[in-house]
Design a protein around this ligand. Structure first.
Ligand SMILES: *[C@@H]1O[C@H](CO)[C@@H](O)[C@H](O)[C@H]1NC(C)=O
Ligand SMILES: *[C@@H]1O[C@H](CO)[C@@H](O)[C@H](O)[C@H]1NC(C)=O
Ligand SMILES: *[C@@H]1O[C@H](CO)[C@@H](O)[C@H](O)[C@H]1NC(C)=O
Length: 349
C-alpha cells in the first residue's frame, strides 16, 4: 500500500470518528435537555387525538385528517391539533390516546398519555364522554396499577384544555345570557378543583389553557356570514380568563413553589393570529374550511344514502378554522408559533 492510500484511509477513519462522537454529544445533550419528561393531557376536542369513539360525528369521519395523517384518525381538524404542537415543543411524541392503551406496545407509554375526549367539559355536557374529573380518575387508575410511578409524575407535565363545551351546553339548555356570569364562576371554580386534583396526584407542572375567543368561532360568526367576531361572547370569555387568572395566582401562592401552575394563553394567540393573519400565511380568517351545506349539517355529515352534506375548501393550509369550532392544522401551527416563546418555557427551565 503506498503512503497516499494509507493517509487517505486514516483521514476517512478519523472523519468517521469525529462524526460518531458528534452524534453522541448530540444524543446526550438531547437526553439532558428532556429528562424523561412525559405529557398527560385532559380535556376536550382541542386536544383529543383519538379517544372519541368512531361512531360519533367528527374526528373519525371523512374529511377529518385529510392533511395529516391523510385520513380520519381521531383528531378534530384536518391534521395536527394543540396537543401535537405542545408535545413537539417538549421534544416528545404526541402521547397515545388512553383508548389505545391495550393495543399499542408498552414503550408508547413513555411519552405520557392523552385522556381528552371531544365535547366534554369540567361538568357533564350533552356528550356521553367523561368529564375532566373522570378523565383524571382514569389516569389515577393507571397509577394504582403501577403503569406510571410517582417519579414519572413528578417529572411530567399535565395539560388541561377547557375550551367551552360547558358554555355550549349551558346555552343549549339554559340559554340565558344573564345567568352567564355566575355559571362562568362555577366553571372556573370546578377547573381549579381539577387542577388541585392533579396537584394531589403529584404533578409539579400543571398547565391549563385559557379560553379562546368563543365569539370568533364560526359557530358564532355564521350569524353575520363570518364577517366579524361577536363581542358579547368575547366579553364573557374575558371574564372567564380573568377569573382563571385569579384562581391560578392563588393556587401558585398556596403551592409555595412546590407546584407550578401556568396558563397557556391561547386567547391572546388566537387574537394575534386573527388580527394579523397574513403574518402566518393565513388568507381565510373566520370562514371555516369545512361546513355543512345547510345549518342542519356539519362538516363530515352524510345523509341516509351516504351522500356528502358538506363542502371542503381547496386550501386548508391558508385557512384558520377547519369546522365550526376547531382550527385547521395551519391554524394551530400559527397559534403555537404565537405561544411558544412566551408561555411554556417558564415551567420547563
Ligand atoms: C363527572 O362525572 C361523574 C361520572 O359521571 C359524575 O359523578 C360527576 O358528578 C361529574 N363531575 C362534575 C363536576 O360534574
Ligand atoms: C339550568 O336550568 C335548570 C332548569 O331550569 C336548572 O336546574 C339548572 O341549575 C340551570 N343550570 C345552570 C348552570 O344555571
Ligand atoms: C352576539 O350574539 C348574540 C347571541 O346570538 C346576539 O344576541 C348579539 O346580537 C350578538 N352581538 C353582536 C355584537 O354581534
Amino acid at each position: 500500500m503506498d503512503s497516499h492510500k494509507q493517509l487517505f484511509i486514516l483521514l476517512c477513519l478519523s472523519l468517521v470518528l469525529v462524526l460518531l462522537s458528534g452524534l453522541q454529544v448530540e444524543a446526550s445533550r438531547h437526553i439532558k435537555h428532556h429528562p424523561s419528561k412525559q405529557l398527560f393531557v385532559f380535556g376536550d376536542s382541542y386536544v383529543d387525538t383519538g379517544n372519541t369513539p368512531k361512531s360519533k360525528p367528527g374526528s373519525w369521519k371523512q374529511p377529518y385528517g385529510i392533511t395529516f395523517p391523510g385520513k380520519p384518525a381521531g383528531r378534530f381538524s384536518d391534521g395536527r391539533v394543540l396537543t401535537d404542537f405542545i408535545a413537539k415543543y417538549l421534544g416528545l411524541r404526541s402521547p397515545i390516546p388512553h383508548k389505545f392503551r391495550n393495543v399499542v406496545p408498552k414503550n408508547y407509554f413513555k411519552y405520557g398519555m392523552n385522556f381528552a375526549y371531544g365535547g366534554t367539559g369540567v361538568f357533564d355536557t350533552s356528550t356521553s364522554g367523561p368529564n375532566v374529573t373522570t378523565q383524571i380518575n382514569s389516569f389515577n387508575q393507571l397509577v394504582q396499577e403501577n403503569v406510571y410511578t410517582q417519579s414519572d409524575i413528578t417529572k411530567s407535565i399535565a395539560y388541561v384544555s377547557v375550551a367551552g363545551n360547558d358554555y355550549n351546553h349551558y346555552l343549549a339548555t339554559n340559554g340565558s345570557i344573564q345567568g352567564f356570569p355566575s355559571f362562568i364562576a362555577s366553571v372556573v371554580k370546578q377547573t381549579a378543583t381539577n387542577l388541585v386534583q392533579l396537584q394531589k396526584l403529584g404533578f409539579k407542572r400543571i398547565v391549563v389553557g385559557a379560553l379562546q375567543p368563543l365569539g370568533c368561532l364560526p359557530q358564532t360568526t355564521a350569524q353575520n356570514s363570518f364577517k366579524s367576531c361577536n363581542s358579547t361572547f368575547n366579553d364573557l370569555v374575558v371574564l372567564h380568563n380573568n377569573l382563571l387568572d385569579q384562581s391560578v395566582t392563588k393556587l401558585n401562592q398556596e403551592a409555595n413553589g412546590y407546584t407550578t401552575f401556568v396558563i397557556l394563553d391561547i386567547f391572546e394567540s388566537f387574537r394575534s393570529v386573527l388580527n394579523n393573519p397574513s403574518r402566518h400565511n393565513i388568507k381565510e380568517r373566520l370562514k371555516p374550511c369545512c361546513f355543512g351545506v345547510s345549518s342542519q349539517y356539519n362538516c363530515g355529515s352524510v345523509d341516509e344514502n351516504n351522500v356528502k352534506k358538506y363542502s371542503v375548501c381547496e386550501n386548508p393550509e391558508s385557512t384558520f378554522f377547519w369546522d365550526r369550532l376547531h382550527p385547521t392544522q395551519a391554524g394551530w401551527n400559527a397559534v403555537y408559533n404565537e405561544l411558544k416563546i412566551k408561555s411554556l418555557h417558564q415551567i420547563l427551565y
